[in-house]
Write a protein that binds this ligand. Sequence first.
Ligand code: SF4
Ligand code: SF4
Length: 202
Amino acid sequence: MQSLTNRAKPVAPKEMTFMERIYLPAILKGMTVTIKHFFMKKVTIRYPEIKKMFSKTYRGLHVLKKDEQGRERCTACGLCALSCPAEAITMTAAERTPAEKHLYKEEKYAAVYEINMLRCIFCGLCEEACPKEAIFLTSEEIAPANFDRGDFIYGKDKLVEKVHGPQGKVRGGGPLDKNYYHGNAQVTSAFQNLELSNNLKV
Ligand code: SF4
Ligand code: SF4
């Protein structure tokens, strides 16, 4: 067929040389490229042993905060659930008894508080809506992968902060302490030892 553009190049089957037929130079060339990558700067990290440091404004997993006396701040008002565009939050309110004053700051508290992490889009609107500064999105943690959908329903056992630290260590506000929320000292120190922090900040 006549070419319209005149740019077509006829390709004739070419006889392979001896070196091409034994493939050795091509294999060596490929190995050189592979070995070269062993000595190049790595762009990957060994997750989950090493975790990437997120920016301070990153919106990760939620934490239900306690006050300076170690009492849960949440008063089960439901504003976070109402403001949630993904309808990811559910809760059941209960009334505090006199014996529970050291556990809950307000007279009404959340006996059950659950967030469905499969629905959550980590928009942070629950944090904005909360009048008690009870819920924050941490910038250090993300919901880990799982095979069971039920494990993505985070209840109070996972959401309420484990330890109470000094005032000001709130996510989104005061200075961040990487080990504060989840006691992840080992992971963090491994991270620091490898001096990856500067390279991996996003
Ligand atoms: S971060 Fe957004 S989507 Fe997730 S629970 Fe809060 S309001 Fe809902
Ligand atoms: S986290 Fe805040 S907004 Fe949500 S129920 Fe508790 S007090 Fe209300």
